[in-house]
Ligand binder design. Sequence first.
Ligand SMILES: [Zn+2]
Length: 596
Amino acid sequence: MRAVAVILLFMSSITAGAETAETIFINGNIYTVNENQPSAQAIAVKNDRIIFVGANADGESFRVGKTHIVDLAGKTVMPGFTDSHCHIFGIGEREMTLNLEGTNTREDFLAKVKERVAQTERDKWITGRGWIETFWKPPQSPTRADLDKIAPDNPVFLTRADGHAAVGNSAALKTAAVTRETANPFGGEILKNPRTGEPTGMLLDNAMDLVAKNIPPPSEAEREQALLLAIKRETELGWSEIQNAGSELSDQEIIRRAYATGKVKLRMVNAAYGPGEAANELLKKGATLNAFDHRFTQRTIKVIFDGALGSRGAALLAPYSDKPDSSGFLTQKPEELRPMFEEALRRGIQVETHAIGDRANRTILDLYEHAFNAVPPEKRKVLVGGASSGEPGVAELRHPKAGDVRWRVEHAQILSEQDIPRFAKLGVIASMQPSHAISDLFFAPARLGMERLAGAYAWNSLIKSGAIICGGSDAPVERGEPMIEFYAAVTRCPLPEHGLPVGAPSGVELRSKEDSPQREGWHPEQAVSREQALKMFTINAAYAAFEEADKASIEVGKLADFSVLSTDIMKIPAPEILKTRCEMTVIGGEVVYENR
Ligand SMILES: [Zn+2]
């Protein structure tokens, strides 16, 4: 509605010859993601919206004396990237605690912990995140005993990169009284030495809480610092919006306070964790749309439904190939989600659910379908409006057309082939992270066996079935960089630092066995085209948040969000994508980051 109004306004002002730009960006190699006008040289901006897209010469007519001209010097411009799934506080906290990303050997990992121990007072907790043993030789998780040797006097608790497992030393386990006798909590596992029965120090999913709840929580000031640090990092990487995959009420307060200062430019679509307090509040008080100058929206409940594949917590239909006594676990009881889902449909609240294993995915699609049947389209609502109605956050409830409620499955990693067409059929969006595939495919063949890999990270199968995929990074689970995600989506090949040669020497996509460094089971045919990858991180991401009329393509009337890149990622050889830098991030027509 609003975009239409803006376009009409624009057209009438052209006829009046009165439209003038505040800023005109010229000499760009612009990819618009608008099929009617795929490329352009210049973008003119007034207030926070685009008023012209086209050739340099035609942009001149919007120029007056005080118009600011930004010369892009031939650089490539894309609509602002959206990370459809990340954890914004976790990104900041990764910078603030012991960051164990990129530790490619066990020795390296232990050395980093040892160094931190030396700088930490006796008895104080040492926490950190980012290790992943799958690249270590041998690929074995660290143990309590490893940590006891270097940290006898400090409780240590280090979360695996995926956030679904952590290793603690004896001092950490002691705070939770975890012993050989302790039973697994629901939705979690305490790994024990098969010979002695003693805990190894590794805790999976809900079992992590046993220890985590004893760690003094970060102060509010530290949380706020983490948020601001993360926001700064995201804009520097070229993200103009992030979709935060879950928050408690306390986080929401910190986020709102940060936006209220007017200093935060990054746009955020925030989800509330459910079931529980945060989801209940959202259902009761309703959504917030386009608040703080169109920068903050909250209309989604995020449910976590199973664990992760690496730690064998993903709920599978059949047992793990490398652990025949386990098929993972659901972390919520399906029947308990039903009333919340139905209420969400009636209240115009979107639902997104973390589902990794094929059992979790099938069960959540069943639950969504059940809710859609229980609350037919005429009883459902969606929210429209928001800031455009004058009052930020005041939204209108409307009947969705064709029952279009855009519920999402986060990850949708391992799908039984019969479930793939259900996404398009139900109108459910697959929210996927290309980097997960190129990290996980190192161990996925062992966990799943060759047959099940056919439905794993099955991007092209989903696209062919008519489903919409929005792209994300799941940072801090992955690094959270747009170029890594783009590279992963179009090559489905590992990163150079993960030990395999990268890519073909030329610009050809890595789709044939001969020029691919992929191993058996990586399914190169699931790599997507560059056009598809670009859509995943722009217009599809916007669609997944009901925002496609307002952003994510470079079109007259839309918000002026775009990223300037050092290379043309639509044309360069694939390995060079990883060397591409963000040169400038523009949000709402304002240059919020520039690489100088
Ligand atoms: Zn996540």
